[in-house]
Design a protein. Structure first.
Length: 133
C-alpha cells in the first residue's frame, strides 16, 4: 500500500472515531503537531498516548456527534503526503454561537511523514470558520 493510501485509511478511521484502525497505521514514535488555531490557541505537540486519549475522548460523543473529512487534494512526494481537506464536525453541545446539531467547519492542510508504511509525523494547519459568540 502506498503512503497516500495509508494516510487516506487513517483519515477514514479518524472520521469514524475508530482508534484501533487509526492507530494500526501509526508508528509508535509518532508526533502530532497542531499549529495554533481557534480550538488550540497555543498549538501543541502530542505523542501516541495523547493521540489515543484524544480519539477515545472524541468517540464518547460528548462534544461531536459525528465528523466528516471532505478530501480535496492529496499530494504524495517520497515519504511525505499533503492533504487539503474540509472538516465538518456536528456538535453535540453548543460552542460559541453554534448550537448542538450545527456544524463546526475547518479548512485543513495536513502534512504527514511516513516511515516503513506508518505515519510518524503529522502537522496540522487548521483554519476554523468563525464560531465565536
Amino acid at each position: 500500500m502506498g503512503n497516500a493510501a495509508v494516510v487516506r485509511r487513517y483519515i477514514e478511521a479518524a472520521e469514524r472515531f475508530d482508534a484501533e484502525a487509526a492507530f494500526g497505521l501509526i508508528h509508535p514514535d509518532v508526533r502530532f503537531h497542531e499549529l495554533p488555531n481557534a480550538i488550540r490557541p497555543k498549538g501543541g505537540v502530542d505523542d501516541m498516548a495523547a493521540m489515543v486519549a484524544g480519539m477515545r475522548r472524541a468517540a464518547t460523543g460528548t462534544v461531536l456527534r459525528a465528523q466528516r473529512y471532505a478530501i480535496g487534494e492529496v499530494i504524495e512526494a517520497g515519504d511525505r503526503v499533503v492533504v487539503l481537506a474540509r472538516w465538518e464536525g456536528t456538535l453535540a453541545m453548543p460552542i460559541g454561537r453554534l448550537q448542538a446539531g450545527e456544524a463546526m467547519v475547518a479548512h485543513l492542510c495536513m502534512v504527514f511523514r511516513l516511515v516503513e508504511g506508518r505515519i510518524i509525523e503529522q502537522r496540522n494547519y487548521d483554519c476554523y470558520e468563525d464560531f465565536a459568540a
